[in-house]
Design a binder for this molecule. Structure first.
Ligand code: RFL
Ligand code: PHB
Length: 394
């Protein structure tokens, strides 16, 4: 037997994109069903992004889920770029009049889950074999299996919020979809540790031995990263080895403030730039990592996903409340214009701040000259700052 469901918008994926869309649409009185192949505990446990742009904070405020963020988030007025031990502060507040907030993706996700009532039947977790079909019709369907039983959802729209490895993007025929990709020849090894931050702001460091980032989640919890080889495993990096390498890359002056301790999370993430065009196919709309990936150097992945959702929720709300489809029709083009600018920034900062195995001495000199230029030019610092705090929505 097949269980049949009907809704207005079927949302595939309950990461930050899918959860925020569900919340914003619910506020507009639009009915949704959200599917995820994982469960809530797994989704909340994924340690990922840590820096929120002002636009992301505004979106979370509009969604009614910003109380804890304002109580517990850390406002940052700047961050440091460091090159072989020389530090240059990017003064976000002075250069742009805006700050960013340090508040983990795990917390954003938990706040969004809490806003939806527990046991809400518009969520299906642990689903398998999700297949969106009939996307070019005005009655798309999404089939899936749960606990060995078949389900089919009939809807008006499908929102593909299922991340980079989801099924939504793959449902767009290859003659329609164009993809653009750059895979970087290294990864980031990240640890979480119950120790105070090295400095009260983030430090992105390029050292001859590779990149390092000193970040945080609170006044007592730090998140640190180092560039590692793609072939490395977590087991290759016991805590002692991590701390020694991290301290070396930060340089002695900064490392003097480093407090080490046992890590309680350690993972390796590859770095990738990726964009899929278009972000609409019939009544399927892609958002977040399902359509684009940035390397984490500019802290843009989560913020970009939230920007997509603000535009998608506006478009769907206009459709249901006024019958106006202009925003739906311009969604892909509007979003992609901004996506490419953010891709450019993330790629530029990644290119500046890492050691690339293929770099010749000339390219290393170019990196150093770019850093010296940024450090000596308010215009160059401002260009970094305005991208870091977040470009306008459109
Ligand atoms: P997500 O968070 O990947 O959520 C997608 C959801 O879809 C589900 N899913 C499916 N559900 C049903 N059927 C299927 N076939 C499905 N396939 C997948 C998944 O279980 C999941 O729950 O995408 P979303 O919502 O677009 O959010 C995007 C952000 O999560 C992402 O941009 C950032 O986390 C990127 N990112 C980072 N961004 C930063 O700004 N700073 C960081 O430090 C940072 N670190 C990271 C990251 C992404 C990582 N990934 C994707 C491997 C570190 C990692 C490891
Ligand atoms: C983090 O704290 O996880 C973080 C911060 C800034 C980045 C990337 C990751 O650019």
């Amino acid at each position: 037997m097949t269980y049949a469901h009907t809704t207005q918008v079927c949302i595939i994926g309950s990461g930050p994109s899918g959860l925020l869309l569900a919340q914003l649409l619910a506020q507009a009185g639009i009915d949704t069903i959200v599917l995820d192949r994982r469960d809530r505990a797994y989704i909340e446990g994924r340690i990922r992004a840590g820096v929120l742009e002002q636009g992301t904070i505004t979106a979370l405020e509009e969604a009614g889920v910003a109380d804890r963020l304002h109580a517990e988030g850390l406002l940052h007025d700047g961050f440091d770029l460091a090159f072989d031990g020389t530090r240059h502060r990017i003064d976000l507040a002075a250069l742009t009049g805006t700050s960013v907030m340090v508040y983990g993706q795990t917390e954003v996700t938990r706040d969004l889950f809490n806003a939806r009532t527990a046991g809400d039947q518009s969520f299906f977790f642990d689903v398998e074999d999700v297949v969106p079909t009939d996307l070019k019709t005005d009655q798309p369907t999404v089939r899936f299996r749960k606990n060995g039983e078949d389900h089919v959802i009939t809807c008006d729209f499908v929102a593909g919020c299922d991340g980079f490895r989801g099924v939504s993007r793959a449902a767009i025929p290859s003659h329609v979809l164009r993809t653009f990709e750059r895979v970087y020849p290294f990864g980031w090894l990240g640890i979480l540790v119950e120790q105070p931050p090295v400095s009260h702001e983030l430090i992105y460091a390029n050292h001859t031995r590779g990149f390092a980032l000193a970040s945080m989640r609170s006044e007592t919890r730090s998140r640190h990263y180092i560039q590692c080889d793609l072939s490395d495993n977590v087991a290759d990096w016991p805590d002692d080895r991590f701390w020694e390498e991290f301290a070396t890359r930060l340089g002695p002056d900064t490392a003097a403030n480093l407090q080490t301790g046992p890590s309680f999370e350690k993972s390796i993430a590859p770095l990738r730039s990726f964009v899929a065009e278009p972000m609409r196919y019939g009544n399927l709309f892609l958002a977040g990592d399902a359509a684009h990936i940035v390397p984490p150097t500019g802290a843009k992945g989560l913020n970009l996903a939230v920007a997509d959702i603000r535009l998608l929720s506006r478009a769907l709300t206009a459709h249901y409340q006024t019958g106006n489809d202009d925003y739906l029709d311009s969604y892909s083009e509007t979003v992609l214009r901004r996506v490419w600018k953010v891709e450019r920034f993330s790629w530029q900062l990644s290119t500046l701040m890492h050691q690339f195995p293929e770099n010749t001495p000339f390219e290393k000199k170019m990196q150093r000259a770019e850093f010296d230029y940024i450090a000596s030019s308010e215009a160059a610092s401002k260009a970094i700052a305005e991208n870091y705090v977040g470009l306008p929505l459109e």
